[in-house]
Design a protein around this ligand. Structure first.
Ligand code: FES
Ligand code: FES
Length: 180
């Protein structure tokens, strides 16, 4: 079986184009380095979901509009449907699966849970990853800054109010624990 056919057999959504080449990449995802063969056109979101089985990162639009696919690339939030897997070669990726450690959720996940920042949950992994990145850049944002910072992430359910409340609650909790 050829390389291309092997990739198809592993459940790729895109059939190979005849003559497509295969590129080997090495990406550290959630602290583990993975060496994989990918097509040059493989999107990072499809790589993490389909080749690594990390399905917490969702695909909402595939056209960089919704933010459901947001993950961290070298510590910064990116829409992984806008990044090729080959561009992540040699880089550090963190997905929503990296946040829970020893059964304990990340404070941002706890804040979303406690403040009803989700309903159906489809946008939530992307929202949480974008929100963590937002607080990394600005640990004490105003409500307007949170709304602006998350404008690339769409939610069909919540009306955004409780999402913003969750992010502000997480920022306050971090400020309180940091001042102790
Ligand atoms: S799936 Fe990437 S922005 Fe919508
Ligand atoms: S909670 Fe349903 S899309 Fe945001």
């Amino acid at each position: 079986m050829s390389h291309v056919n092997e990739l198809t057999a592993r459940g790729r959504t895109h059939p190979p184009i005849e003559g497509d080449c295969i590129v080997q990449i090495s990406v550290t995802v959630n602290g583990t380095t993975h060496d994989n063969d990918v097509e040059p056109r493989t999107l990072l979101v499809h790589y993490v979901r389909e080749q690594l089985g990390l399905t917490g990162t969702n695909v909402g639009c595939d056209t960089s509009s919704c933010g459901a696919c947001t993950l961290h690339l070298n510590g910064e939030a990116v829409k992984s449907c806008t990044v090729l897997a080959v561009q992540a070669d040699g880089q550090q990726v963190a997905t929503i699966e990296s946040l829970e450690v020893d059964g304990i959720m990340h404070p941002m996940q706890t804040a979303f849970m406690e403040n009803h920042g989700l309903q159906c949950g489809f946008c939530t992994p992307g929202m949480v990853m974008a929100s963590i990145s937002l607080l990394n850049e600005n640990p004490n944002p105003s409500e307007d800054q949170v709304r602006l910072g998350l404008e690339g992430n769409l939610c069909r359910c919540t009306g955004y109010h409780n999402i913003v409340k969750s992010v502000l609650a997480c920022a306050s909790a971090a400020a309180v624990s940091g001042s102790k």
